[in-house]
Design a binder for this molecule. Sequence first.
Ligand code: MG
Length: 174
Amino acid sequence: MNKAVILDRDGTINIEKNYLFRIEEFEFIAGVPETIRSLNKSGFKVIVITNQSGIARGYFTEDEVRKLHGYINQELGKYAAHIDAFYVCPHHPDEGCECRKPNTKLYTAALKEWEIDTARSYMVGDKTTDLTPGKQLGMKTILVETGYGKQQIYDARYCDYQVESLKEIIKILC
Ligand SMILES: [Mg+2]
């Protein structure tokens, strides 16, 4: 069984921009590539789970999201870092799908595909809706104060740790 860090994307690894899909607008939050490298080296699978309702809204396509994710891994490669997998919910909130966070479908898919031991794994995000599914499935959860994180209210029921930004998680994990 593997240990994993499951990351939210927008506001957690990159600067939150509304409906980001353009490669030229993508910006890592400071320290993120180095942090992902440390996680890779420490034997964590690094998986991103992201809601991208911009696909259902017609703002961009699944293919454009795939290209952006390819670019993210290409940039991480410059730091000898990588994300093992991206899981994307393309639906509109009104569709009532089972994969849009805080629903657990993408989490359970990732846990199964990557044979993840939840007891040794973490979920990191800037919204409580990122954390609640992780908590529900037995992971430890970390709220980052980047993105929308500052506006979230820390609640020990679903949030085990709160840190300023992703790079601070190393102190907790490694
Ligand atoms: Mg986010």
